[in-house]
Design a binder for this molecule. Structure first.
Ligand SMILES: Cc1cc2nc3c(=O)[nH]c(=O)nc-3n(C[C@H](O)[C@H](O)[C@H](O)COP(=O)(O)OP(=O)(O)OC[C@H]3O[C@@H](n4cnc5c(N)ncnc54)[C@H](O)[C@@H]3O)c2cc1C
Length: 635
């Protein structure tokens, strides 16, 4: 964590200096804003948190509810999402508070007495080395609180406008603020008009923003219901502190999720198919008492005494994906630029069993946030915004297909070996499918194809085989040269809208030094071309180098100027740009990530932590051309 760049300030360094005028922002709704975010769920909170760091961007976050969410809804946080939270500086806090899903157990009817369940399998949840972070469980409301605190401490002191409901919008053909939105005060019913450069609908499954832009969700409506209950209970079921997939012979299935704090537990209880002609009936039929009774029957011979119910809901969601995630219909794709976007459940809805809803929703927002920042800050061409729908729509389609398969297998009764003609799923098959899906459910399987200027062809992939172009940057341990600190290289990435250029040294480091000189001096250097003269040199493209020698073999004073940049109002030197392998703990980063030791490599990483390109260290022109594909020259 770096602070005091522009002067010493006592107190909590997470509370950033307030931008002029920020304190008054919450008071009144202005006539115009740059970005209007609708909905403060996981997607809206991640988006607003990113935007809140930029005082030059006027953001407003409107929320229909009268205050923050306090209870319930999603709770699974994939490894990939924790990696994202680390970029907000909240990874350590999250994993301290959370339940860690290290292993999953499987229970099924005993072959000797099918009225009793027995433990049949146990698997590791996150494969070794998949991420430096665990898969964790924390309540959605708590996660949103983290993001609200982050906004509150940001230079803009952004706070949601509660009790304000989005009603409709119209997009004008031109004008600086072409989106005209109507909001309604939930208490008084009074309507307000507001003009925005961009509107983002993070307003959930029944999104009114989606409706306003004529986008259509396609797929199945809810046909299967699950009772969800967060409870404090006394039980003799031995795996109450492990994630458990439990199949009974005739009483249905349970997915048991231990929760943060050591005592709380969540049960998803299968309630069977819903009558589509009588939607809502299942909610009336299944009271909390009925859900508990159903759980008790599945868990037999074990007992379950519920002492307190923290939250309870019946969750019935079909698998649907919206045809496009912005306001530009396909026929206008070449002539119009997007002005309105949707993210999260507004784009895709599916079951809760694979724990993907909140994660994919936040990743949508993380994908869009830096693109909006880049365009509004004048760093990038507005065409960049077209890539949001292209990239995330493809991700949503994969999610829906996965969820259909997953839901089917989870809701099937276990096969009875004595009566195979009745069908059902073999418990070993369920466990194998679960294990095969773990990379996907950890959130690290997303792979953007080279369909946009942001993802290069894999021409030079062999130089860094472990940093797959189009996939998330897979962190590895290093030692920071200047202060000998062992750390994760990926943790230098902040949610600050900047690109990261990791230069992995060649054997002699000659090509690395030539690259550093090119970046510092050449008029064609992307760092020089695309960064304003008055901005810090690493604010658009942040250059980091990883040498091959141990940190005691290299001298800080011999680093090239690009790796000791001067920043801030005092021209202080940033000493955190150069790294060495961590030679004490197993294979080093060059081995772990398959980097060519003779030639080295440039790995270009997007602000949302996805690898965009891998290039040779001496491909200076190709490097400049890559960034020129979407960034703008700055005065
Ligand atoms: C009742 C419920 C129970 C759920 N249970 C589970 C679960 O058990 N497990 C699981 O994995 N997932 C669950 N989910 C799904 C999970 O919560 C979502 O996938 C996730 O929250 C999606 O995030 P989001 O930000 O896209 O949308 P949401 O979290 O739905 O947030 C949308 C926000 O927009 C606000 N809003 C809506 N319309 C307007 C408007 N017109 N104007 C202003 N604000 C508006 C809403 O009040 C809300 O705060 C549940 C969802 C719901 C609604």
């Amino acid at each position: 964590m770096q602070f005091y760049l522009n002067g010493y300030r006592p107190g909590d360094p997470d509370i950033l200096p307030e931008a002029p005028g920020a304190a008054n922002r919450a008071a009144e709704l202005p006539a115009t804003v740059d970005v209007l975010v609708v909905g403060s769920g996981p997607a809206g909170s991640v988006l607003a948190a990113q935007l809140s760091m930029f005082p030059g961007i006027r953001t407003r976050l409107v929320e229909r509810r009268n205050g923050p969410l306090e209870l319930g809804q999603a709770d699974g946080i994939a490894c990939r999402t924790v990696e994202m939270f680390e970029a907000f500086g909240m990874g350590a806090k999250l994993i301290r508070e959370a339940y860690w899903v290290n292993e999953t157990v499987f229970w099924r009817p005993s072959p000797d007495d099918r009225s009793r369940i027995v433990r049949t399998g146990r698997i590791q949840d996150v494969e070794d080395g998949l991420s430096e972070f665990p898969h964790v469980i924390v309540n959605q409301a708590r996660l949103q609180q983290y993001l609200l605190e982050y906004m509150r401490k940001s230079p803009t002191r952004l706070e949601p406008d509660y009790g304000l409901e989005f009603v409709r919008l119209v997009v004008d053909a031109e004008g600086e603020y072409p989106v005209r939105a109507t909001l309604r005060n939930v208490d008084s019913g009074i309507e307000h008009s507001i003009r925005a450069k961009y509107v983002v609908g993070c307003d959930g499954a029944r999104s009114a923003v989606r409706q306003s832009i004529g986008a259509e969700p396609h797929g199945d409506y809810a046909n299967h219901a699950w009772g969800v209950m967060d409870m404090l209970a006394v039980t003799d079921f031995p795996d109450i502190r492990l994630k458990a997939a439990i199949q009974s012979a005739d009483e249905g299935n349970i997915l048991l999720i231990p929760r943060e704090g050591g005592y709380l537990v969540r049960l998803y209880v299968d309630l069977g198919d819903v009558d589509l002609n009588d939607r809502g009936a299942v909610r009336q039929k299944y009271t909390s008492g009925k859900i508990i009774e159903a759980a008790q029957r599945v868990l037999r011979p074990y007992t379950l005494e519920v002492r307190d119910i923290a939250w309870f809901s019946v969750y019935e969601v079909g698998q649907r994906v919206t045809d496009r995630f912005d306001d530009v219909p396909p026929e206008a794709a070449r002539s119009r630029l997007p002005r309105v976007f949707i993210a999260g459940d507004a784009c895709h809805t599916h079951s809760a069993k694979a724990g993907q809803g909140m994660n994919v929703s936040m990743q949508d927002a993380f994908n869009l946030g830096w693109k909006l920042v880049s365009v509004l800050d004048g760093r990038a061409k507005p065409e960049l915004l077209r890539t949001y729908s292209v990239e995330r729509h493809a991700v949503a389609k994969v999610l829906i297909d996965f969820d259909k398969e997953w839901s089917k297998i989870m809701a099937s009764p276990p096969k009875d070996p004595e009566r195979p003609e009745l069908g059902g799923v073999d418990p070993a098959e369920l466990q194998a499918y679960f294990a095969r899906s773990l990379r996907y459910t950890a959130g690290v399987a997303t792979h953007y194809p080279p369909a946009t200027a942001l993802t290069a062809q894999s021409t030079h992939q062999s130089l860094a085989k472990g940093f797959t172009i189009g996939m998330r940057f897979h962190s590895a341990p290093v030692v920071r040269l200047a202060d000998a600190k062992p750390m994760q290289l990926g943790h230098v990435a902040r949610a600050d809208g900047a690109w990261r250029l990791y230069a992995f040294a060649d054997a002699s480091a000659e090509r690395l030094r030539a690259l550093a000189d090119f970046l510092a001096e050449s008029p064609n250097s992307p760092v020089r071309r695309f960064t304003s003269k008055d901005a810090d040199i690493d604010s658009v493209i942040d250059v980091r180098a990883v040498f091959q020698q141990g940190h005691r073999e290299l001298k800080v004073e011999e680093l090239p100027p690009m790796l000791l940049p001067r920043k801030g109002r005092f021209g202080l030197i940033d000493y955190e740009k150069a790294f060495c392998p961590d030679l004490k703990n197993g294979p080093d980063i060059f081995v772990l990530r398959g980097i060519d030791r003779a030639k080295g490599a440039i790995v270009i990483v997007r602000p949302d932590q996805y690898v965009a390109n891998v290039l040779p260290l001496d491909a200076h022109d190709a490097l400049a051309a890559f960034f020129a594909g979407f960034l703008l020259d700055r005065p």
